[in-house]
Write a protein that binds this ligand. Structure first.
Ligand code: RP5
Length: 166
């Protein structure tokens, strides 16, 4: 069974990963959540990253706010793909985005948008789909539904417009 770990820097980040957990569950990807901090629990964060591959984890999603060093420290201690989510805590999340996105050459973190935990989950699923064909099929269905949903909106575009005029 495909397995993803979701690592967050604080308990206060929990509401921000709800969409990721929902998406992973919808795609039937096992996910475990851990609170670990680059600053408050540095030894445990490194220990987790070094043991992740041996523990069956295949992709790590890692979100943090403020001076968000957690995704970087995790990426530095594993060769598994790490997807970083900048959380908005202060400065609209720009501080976190800049802390995560521009990793030194050689140790990448695949960074999604500020608070975009659903996209982080979908990217994890797409990475896993290389190994698990059932995920590839599910992603294709998901895209088809999304496409049809948009195209259907065009059938009722005037009614839709009224909704935004109120
Ligand atoms: C970061 O600092 C966490 O990821 C969180 O987004 C932010 C604030 O943490 P708390 O002070 O609320 O624990 O480490």
């Amino acid at each position: 069974m495909p397995e993803v770990a979701i690592i967050i820097g604080s308990e206060t980040d929990l509401p921000k990963i709800k969409d990721a957990v929902k998406a992973l569950n919808d795609f039937e990807v096992k996910n475990t959540i851990k609170i670990l901090s680059a600053h408050r629990t540095p030894d445990e964060a490194i220990e987790f990253a070094r043991g992740a591959e041996g523990n069956g984890i295949e992709v790590i999603i890692c979100g943090a706010g403020l001076s968000a060093h957690l995704p970087g420290i995790i990426a530095a201690n594993t060769t598994l793909p790490v997807i970083g989510i900048p959380f908005s805590a202060k400065l609209g999340g720009l501080d976190s985005l800049l802390s995560i996105v521009d990793m030194p050459s050689g140790v990448p973190v695949a960074t999604v948008g500020i608070d975009s935990s659903k996209n982080a989950a979908l990217l994890a699923v797409q990475i896993l789909s290389i190994k698990y064909p059932f995920l590839s099929e599910k992603i294709k269905k998901y895209r088809t539904i999304m496409r049809e949903d948009i195209l259907n909106k065009n059938k009722n575009i005037n009614e839709l417009m009224e909704k935004y005029e109120k």
